[in-house]
Design a protein around this ligand. Structure first.
Ligand code: AKG
Ligand code: FE2
Length: 219
């Protein structure tokens, strides 16, 4: 298997939006992928959420800390069997804080995410342009990608349309979006299944994305 020989540079895509390629080394990717596999298999498992329009998302997801279903958070898996949401482990919160500090190049930033969404993409799965706006806190979103590469589209804060910037996210990449672009529309228009992928024990062609956020909600 061949890998990129030329390092991809870190990039500030827009104010508050930073892409750090290869932020997770291979061991860290394997550790996170193993955990995602366990979360996706626990209890009622990952599910493709139903949208208010009646259609079903093509991405399957499992949540930690708070259960997100379109378009609200709850402590129980309300669109599944009603069981309690899985806990958000401290090590993942710490990983998110380290990611944010690296992306924003400020080792003193505080960041206490209380929710993680684990998204599982395969085949034709995609995610339309949307805002992450069910959170009460203004803190950034931290996104970690594993497995198959994809196009990640970062748009503007006004609407789903242009201007936008398309990034290629590969396994181990970090994206942070916050500050004046915390509410930027974003999405995943397609996977890039032809790219080389490190062996993380994921099914062939699968992409996993973990986003950490601060809802600041109370029970
Ligand atoms: O899969 C991604 O990279 C983005 C996921 C996302 O936007 C979300 O979970 O709200
Ligand atoms: Fe999102």
């Amino acid at each position: 298997m061949t890998f990129e020989l030329i390092a991809r540079p870190r990039r500030t895509v827009a104010p508050g939006v930073v892409h750090v390629p290869d932020w997770l080394d291979l061991d860290a990717q394997r550790h996170l992928a193993d955990a995602c596999r366990e979360w996706a298999a626990a209890g009622p498992g990952a599910r493709r959420a139903r949208l208010p329009s009646g259609s079903t998302m093509t991405v399957a997801a499992v949540c930690l800390g708070w259960h997100w279903s379109p378009y609200r958070y709850s402590r129980t898996r309300d669109d599944q069997d009603g069981s309690p949401v899985l806990p958000l482990p401290g090590w993942l919160r710490d990983l998110g804080r380290a990611a944010l500090r690296d992306a924003y190049e400020d080792p003193h930033l505080t960041y206490d995410p209380d929710v993680a969404l684990v998204n599982l993409y395969d085949g034709d799965a995609r995610m339309g342009q949307h805002q992450d706006r069910e959170e009460r806190a203004p803190d950034p979103v931290v996104s970690l990608s594993l497995g198959a590469a994809c196009v990640f589209r970062v748009g503007n804060t006004e609407n789903r349309n242009r201007p936008w910037t398309d990034l290629e996210l590969c396994s181990g990449d970090l994206v942070v979006f916050g500050r004046e672009n915390r509410l930027a529309y974003h999405g995943v228009p397609r996977l890039l299944p032809d790219r080389d992928v490190p062996d993380l024990g994921l099914p062939p062609g699968m992409r996993v994305n973990v986003t950490l956020r601060v809802t600041d909600l109370a029970d």
